[in-house]
Design a protein. Sequence first.
Length: 162
Amino acid sequence: MDAEFTAFVEGVQTRLSRVAVLLTGNRTAAEDLVQEALIRTYLNWGKVRPEGAYAYTRRILVNLNTDRWRRRHLEPALGDIGDDHLSTQAGHTTVEQRDTIVHELAGLSTRERTIIVLRYYLDLTESQVAEELEISVGTVKSTCSRALARMNSERVEEGWLS
């Protein structure tokens, strides 16, 4: 079990860290979030299906971030994100584009930011986002619409988030 879990962690830690940084806006908080999500996954590893392990852990990560935000009632400051955590999955976003996206994400509520990260950064469908956050598809659509309107729509349309 330990070798299997270790291999899982090695395969997903970078992806989870990127998501956590975008959700929290703080590298230290993101590292804590990933560590806690992985601990909780490990504690339930015997019940987790291998093909669903990443989604299971990602959902824990999102829920932990929501809980963290509710406890603190603070919006994160996105000032201390390192470049290593900002690269996109495709790897073709420039530093200037990333900085713009991070700045625009900072202007969103935690819920809006979470939905935008799941929908566009992780490329989940609206149905998948709704399932992950336990909200309706309509809520995902309306929240995305409002959040994108608040962001610079030109940058989103150019595909900087996907």
